[in-house]
Write a protein that binds this ligand. Sequence first.
Ligand code: ADP
Length: 775
Amino acid sequence: MLMLMEVLKENGIAELRPPQKKVVEGGLLNKNKNFLICIPTASGKTLIGEMAFINHLLDNNKTPTNKKGLFIVPLKALANEKYEEFKGKYEKYGLKIALSIGDFDEKEDLKGYDLIITTAEKLDSLIRHKVEWIKDISVVVIDEIHLIGDESRGGTLEVLLTKLKTKKTIQIIGLSATIGNPEELAKWLNAELIVDEWRPVKLKKGIGYGNKIMFIDDNGNTINEVIVDEISKNNMFNLVVDSILKDGSCIIFCNSKRGAVGEAKKLNLKKYLSPDEISELRHLKEEVLSVLDNPTKTCKDLAECIEKGVAFHHAGLTYEQRKIVEEGFRKKLIKAICCTPTLSAGINMPCRRAIIRDLKRFSSRGYIPIPKMEIHQCIGRAGRPNLDPYGEGIIYINNTENPELIENAKNYLIGNVEEIYSKLSNQKVLRTHMLGLITTGDIKNKNDLEEFIKNTFYAYQYQNTKKILENIYEITNFLEKNGFIELNYRRDENKDKSNNSHNNKKNISNTNNSIKMLVLDNNNSLTIKSRHEEDVYYNITPLGKKVSELYIDPLSAEYIIDGLKNLHKKTLSNPKNMECYILHILYIISKTTEMQPVLRVRRKEENDLINDMIKLDIDVDDVIYGISSENLEYFKNAKLFYDWINEIPEEELLLGYNIEPGILRYNVEQAKWMIHSAKEIFNLLNIDNKVIKDCLNDLEIRMEYGAKQDIIELLKIKHIGRARARILYNAGIKNANDIINNQKNIINLLGEKIARKILSELGVDTKFGQMRLSI
Ligand code: ADP
């Protein structure tokens, strides 16, 4: 404890906060005791995680113990933030800290690191690569563990925790927002539960309408009403200015990126800025504009807002842009931020007044209510320690006083938040993880499988292992049918001795791996039994291993295999139609589950898309019955990628396809990964087809850079991206040799600094004198 307190003091923490004390008194330093900690946002959960890993990773002399700790966060952006923070605090003690959020098929060498900051997905993929340092882990901290209930990501976290919790030598510390059923989660984790309502700054909760804020207590009774000065017709603006004039700052949470940008554009705080602030904000504006070679509309919008003391913040911004906004807000230059709830998910940016603008958001099922837990995390950001006497969390409902809306908002602010539920029944999650567990050898046979399922949160919560097993057997059948795994039936000698009927079984499955078998029962009559009633052993095939390491859905792999086999037939009949094949591959990857949801097709676009699909002979076998609307959507998506790799300006793509820059980036990232996966899978198919191979190789690069075929050779060289490659190509320089033979030209075209880097990459000695000499 002494050592721990010393380390904390050296990092500016003089005293533990009440919930932190409670955890330490509860036995945090007992290295075998798991904890689930549910305390409000911003009250100091991270520090509890830090205490746990300091306790494991440093000895009494504050030197590394050679044990390993993992810190699991839900978002890459958060991983970056924690990495910077922990490096600043703990590297001085000799702890080696790593950030592991890269590509999924990399087997990173993290052996020499003490603390690894990663995401659940990345850790899961590392485990699939059987990294041997896993055995050195002695503490795992899971930030935002309540995300186990998240529809798309919860399953991976659950599988990971199911594995970790069986390893008795690992201490698990789960950090959670307030949830409705913490006891259940804690019991499943074999963890001591610590729940506390303590906050560093008092939070006042209120409902805003018109120019009024009605503050309420925990029972929903009105405490007081505040009238905000009406300086403009825009009530949100009045609410923001009211806070700023009292030296506060505001975050406005909106339900979409577009909403956040729109709201930010409506706020002009120039009148409330000092001359110094105006000049500093101009610098920030320039910084934002210089992040990208060609500033996009989002970039320009952000720059314009920043000049007025406002910003927006959402997943569509680049990492650098986000950092500039966060820094500007912390320095109190940017007075208000309009954002999506991503900002509430852990990024430490408190404000005086947190305003919720929307209580519903658009989803595939139409507009749905935002979970109460999320709203609490957002308003929990209100109250800057040591700066604000209190924080204000306000749900802003409307311009008018509407009793129904007020009641709804009240329900959001008081009472319990939702319970969380296992999302392990999600088919995609199950397919991916069953394959992963068989790859790693965690599941070797039917017994292992049942044991694993019994240990899941799903089985714990629903007490119905049978139901999930039925589901899982369908999945193992799918995996077997498609060649990802093989099922073997080993004779259980003990059973054989006691029951001769086992010797009488006759497999009626053919090589196609049917799942039924004939068995002679005790009355000597033949019955058909499901194979899963027998002793089944699961073996991974090379294809299954590859798909598991690529970390993609086996169903996607199946689409890819099917699609590439069809394409192979096509290339045989018409080997020259490269553009068609490229579009075809882009169409195949658009079908994968990783690429969903794809772009929607508008009625007026349908005819053109159908005509193109027929012309290109893509999925038109059943054209008599029409092309399904889903296929049209996949094709539209493929066309977006096709335009991207043909250097259609980003701005034009965003407008033409009606998407946000962040979504385009995300889709391009995903598509690159799926092309890479297709390439790897194709190599295993034993199909000798150079055309497809070349297409896949080129596409991987073209997708990364959004570039045409002609500059591929240049893009393979480090420090050359799309813009530089185009400059060189237009000047007649087309490959590495041309560069080496035209050094002077390269300097003129790209400047000396860059030219030097590129030449040195190509093995040209670029020491100043020699460079001159060679020119
Ligand atoms: P949470 O993870 O609960 O949302 P954080 O852990 O990010 O919140 O903590 C919010 C802020 O409080 C951080 O800036 C952190 O350094 C600070 N903090 C945490 N514990 C203490 C403490 N005991 N004394 C002073 N500051 C603390």
